[in-house]
Design a protein around this ligand. Structure first.
Ligand code: NAD
Length: 388
């Protein structure tokens, strides 16, 4: 508890509408905010699960004209953003509805950046300062419980020239409204529930332990840990469990707010490098490295890891014991929800050097509680591979 005298500011530009069945609020929010011609940005999996239909049915009933772009890929690509922007312009869209997990929502944010800046290429807007204009109205409708992108300021886009994931980050890229209906997550298959849930847990843990953590993000991060840690297994085992699904959606939303105001750290730096090079699910990458980065950070974050263990529900005699329980718990959780081991993935040891180099260059390396060099990253990546 050492950051109470440091200054901070806290802005949440996104209105949150939450509750089972609340998806119909999309129409009311369009009306309140003057959106008349939406582009729906989604992907084929979400469309195939019938979720986009729930929204187009509502739009049809209300005689609202729309266009759909469902070409967003996993780890959304710069070319998806550019295609989305082209379709939006051709249709004359004045607003966007992003329906899906982090991939469609991140794509929509960057489409909005191109529309707002009257630009064609998203690469120019990489980083924290390049996007300087408010987006057209963006309503986000999350269908996974993971990224928190419906509420965050980030849009993570794969630069296909260089095979790496860049971040476009600005308060301008946040959605105007997030319509968060846990019923839309009921159809997420177990392996995606598991990986997205571990992503959300990583957000909460990294937000709480980042060097730039502040008191409000701390409060949110700890509650997110409690919700996610205690409900992920139930949501994976029985996808129809609305109570567990609701806890997971709330947990991922709250973790998203926490890390937007704090940051993520080295787990995400490695996960984004691996996701960019090998196109692997983001949550799987996070789950692999979370316990090993925690282990590396241990001496620098003892008190905070112990408080995370408390939020998970553990009791212990001292901080060392508590912190170790938190590390052991996240390692076991990934196994309990059947996520793969690093060594079982199609990643060669020859790639490790490159991954370490990319990770150290990631802007969130500076937020890790313990400084990390390229050599430190290499050690952590090896530890994760050989499960040391
Ligand atoms: P995703 O959006 O790529 O979706 C994964 C799969 O789940 C897709 O095939 C999709 O069709 C399917 N799916 C989604 N909802 C479904 C539903 N309700 N029923 C059935 N299938 C469904 O995965 P994600 O983990 O949500 O997003 C990952 C992306 O988000 C990554 O690119 C990652 O880097 C990024 N990310 C962004 C932020 C941020 O703040 N913007 C934070 C963390 C991660």
């Amino acid at each position: 508890m050492n950051n109470l005298i440091l200054p901070f500011s806290f802005t949440l530009p996104t209105k949150i509408v939450y509750g089972p069945g609340c998806v119909s609020a999309v129409i009311e929010e369009l009306s309140i905010n003057g959106g008349k011609k939406p582009i729906i940005i989604t992907d084929k999996g979400v469309r195939g699960a019938g979720i986009t239909d729930k929204i187009t049915d509502l739009l049809d009933q209300n005689k609202i004209n729309y266009v759909i772009y469902d070409g967003v890929e996993a780890n959304p690509k710069d070319v998806n953003v550019e295609e989305g922007a082209r379709i939006a312009r051709e249709f004359g869209a004045d607003c966007m509805i992003a329906v899906g997990g982090g991939s469609p929502i991140d794509c929509a944010k960057s489409v909005g950046v191109l529309l707002a800046h009257d630009a064609d290429k998203i690469k120019k807007y990489e980083g924290k300062t390049a996007a300087t204009k408010p987006l057209p109205l963006l309503i986000t409708v999350p269908t996974t419980s993971g990224t928190g992108s419906e509420l965050t300021f980030s849009s993570v886009i794969t630069d296909t020239q260089n095979n790496y994931k860049m971040t476009v980050k600005s308060q301008y890229t946040a959605a105007k409204v997030a319509v968060c209906d846990p019923e839309l997550t009921l159809s997420v298959p177990p392996e995606i529930t598991a990986s997205t849930g571990m992503d959300a847990l990583t957000h909460a843990i990294e937000a709480y332990t980042a060097s730039c953590a502040e008191p409000i993000s701390d409060a949110m991060a700890l509650y997110a840990v409690e919700l996610i840690y205690n409900n992920l297994v139930d949501a994976v085992k029985d996808g129809s469990n609305l109570q567990a699904r609701s806890a997971m959606l709330l947990g991922s939303m709250i973790a998203g707010i926490a890390f937007s105001h704090s940051d993520v750290a080295s787990v995400h730096c490695i996960a984004e490098s691996l996701g960019g090079v090998n196109d692997l699910p983001h949550g799987v990458c996070n789950a692999i490295f979370l316990p090993y980065v925690m282990d590396y950070n241990m001496k620098y974050s003892l008190e905070r890891y112990a408080r995370i263990a408390k939020a998970m529900g553990f009791s212990f005699e001292n901080e060392e014991e508590g912190a170790q329980k938190a590390v052991d718990a996240v390692k076991k959780l990934a196994v309990d929800v059947n996520l793969p081991a690093f060594s079982s993935l199609d990643v060669g040891v020859n790639d490790f050097e490159k991954l370490a180099e990319m990770s150290v260059k990631n802007i969130s390396t500076e937020s890790n509680p313990r400084p990390m060099t390229k050599e430190d990253y290499l050690q952590v990546i090896n530890n994760a591979y050989y499960q040391k």
